[in-house]
Design a protein around this ligand. Structure first.
Ligand code: PHE
Length: 444
């Protein structure tokens, strides 16, 4: 069977930006920036994205396009031998990430429902923190929403690369930008909004330390969807004559702009209402609803916000779901429908303990973490960084002959910075990533 390809370059960029723009940008980035020193974190994050992030992204897309295969097939074809381990890692990690990502995706849907209830006067009368805790710790409700979120992703992936993933991304991503801009304008026009802008943009270099730098690189990998098979797989559907570097530039810029805009949406509101910018993971689900409540037409803005967050999460989850699906189709000869249903069901089941870990199974601890935290910790700290090292090493060393040519379309697109890219892949990125894994391990 002929491999499916993206219908257009725009379609590919929207799908890949859809993968990159997700909960990582809108939920995680603002709270990390909030707790890690605002502007100084932003500058370090941008530096990581522009160097290691960009190089790894070019490497992953090129590996995928060269091989025209799923990640295991791609590592076999570009590296072979023990390098295939990175391919296996790239197929396993999405199961782990998607399982808890979908639980959080389910919360975002639950909050859309809550916002509509609010609009029609159905407030719950409970404080925002209690409301959130009640939702996530319930044994049934969040699992139903998790199933809904997983089901939504499954329906899109079932339809295939062009008719499912590409089409959905081409509609949803522009919609996400419009919603985001509306919310940024609303937030920037609140009283005392500038204090939030100042916090986000004004660097305080006394806050810089090794933990913050490693958090910035970890966040860059997660946010850019690097370090697992997502972009290798999406790269395998890219047309041979398109320019990988400019596409990577677009994807990366869109992802970064959305993260900064999400900060500019959240921080001014937080400062305007005298909330704590360092509130951590609860910023989105507890602090924001409290802010919306005190705003005119707040329920409407809250609904728009959670619709946007759900869109961001779905366009990322489909890229995760598609990785093992591509492997089952490419290497195991399964049909796309059977593969999609199988992967969705397995990931849903794996997500159930993550959801229960917020409530009834909260006491089941592994190294002092509940199941949800354990998965998130293992993937953030080890799986994604190691996956990233794999792509960089293969592109920079053993597969350089093939991948270097792929990046320049066999020399048709001159790339003056090719040696810089090569050495970042060979040495700079792997060492930086190893250093980060080491720092994060100390933290645990
Ligand atoms: N980049 C996504 C986000 O920011 C998460 C993701 C990671 C998606 C890896 C796919 C692959 O939320």
């Amino acid at each position: 069977m002929q491999r499916e390809h993206w219908g257009s370059r725009f379609g590919f960029i929207m799908a890949a930006a859809g993968s990159a723009v997700g909960l990582g940008n809108i939920w995680k980035f603002p709270y990390l920036a909030g707790s890690e020193g605002g502007g100084a974190f932003l500058i370090i994050y941008l530096a990581m994205v522009a160097t290691i992030g960009l190089s790894a992204m070019i490497a992953e897309i090129a590996i995928g396009r060269y091989a025209q295969l799923d990640p295991i097939g791609a590592f076999k074809k570009t590296g072979g031998g023990p390098w295939v381990i990175f391919g296996i890692l790239a197929i396993l990690t999405p199961f782990l990430i998607l399982s808890f990502y979908s639980v959080v995706g389910g919360w975002t849907i639950a909050y859309i429902v809550k916002s509509f209830a609010l609009m029609f006067g159905g407030g719950s009368g409970v404080g925002h923190e209690d409301q959130f805790n009640q939702l996530v710790s319930s044994p049934v409700e969040p699992i139903i929403y998790h199933a809904l979120f997983m089901g939504l992703s499954m329906v899109i992936v079932l339809k295939g690369v062009t008719d499912g993933i590409e089409k959905a991304s081409k509609i949803l991503m522009p919609l996400l930008f419009v919603l985001l801009l509306v919310l940024v304008v609303r937030s920037l026009t609140l009283p005392n909004a500038m204090a939030g802008v100042k916090f986000l943009l004004e660097p305080d270099f006394s806050k810089v330390n090794s933990n913050m730098i490693s958090a910035a690189l970890g966040q860059a990998f997660f946010s850019l969807s690097l370090g697992m098979g997502a972009l290798i797989t999406y790269g395998s559907y890219v047309a041979k004559d398109s320019n990988i570097r400019t596409s990577a530039g677009w994807i990366l810029s869109l992802d970064t702009v959305v993260a900064v805009l999400a900060g500019l949406m959240i921080m001014p509101a937080v400062f305007s209402f005298g909330m704590d910018p360092g509130a951590g993971p609860g910023l989105t689900f507890i602090t924001l609803p409290a802010i919306f409540e005190s705003m005119p037409a707040g329920a409407l803005f809250q609904a728009l916000f959670f619709i946007m967050l759900t869109i961001a999460a779905v366009t990322s989850s489909i890229s995760l779901l598609n990785i093992p699906v591509a492997w089952l189709c490419d290497e195991k000869g399964m049909s796309r429908s059977a593969a999609t249903i199988l992967v969705s069901v397995v990931t849903f089941a794996l997500g159930v303990p993550s959801s229960l870990a917020m409530g009834v199974w909260g006491d089941v601890q592994f190294f002092g973490m509940n199941f949800f935290e354990l998965l998130s910790y293992l993937t953030d700290t080890y799986a994604l960084p190691l996956g990233g090292i794999g792509s960089c090493l293969v592109a920079g060393w053993i597969g350089y002959g093939k991948i270097g040519r792929e990046v320049t379309n066999d020399g048709a697109l001159p790339f003056a910075l090719l040696p810089v890219w090569k050495w970042i892949c060979r040495i700079v990125a792997p060492i930086a990533i190893l250093w980060i894994v080491a720092t994060m391990t100390n933290l645990a």
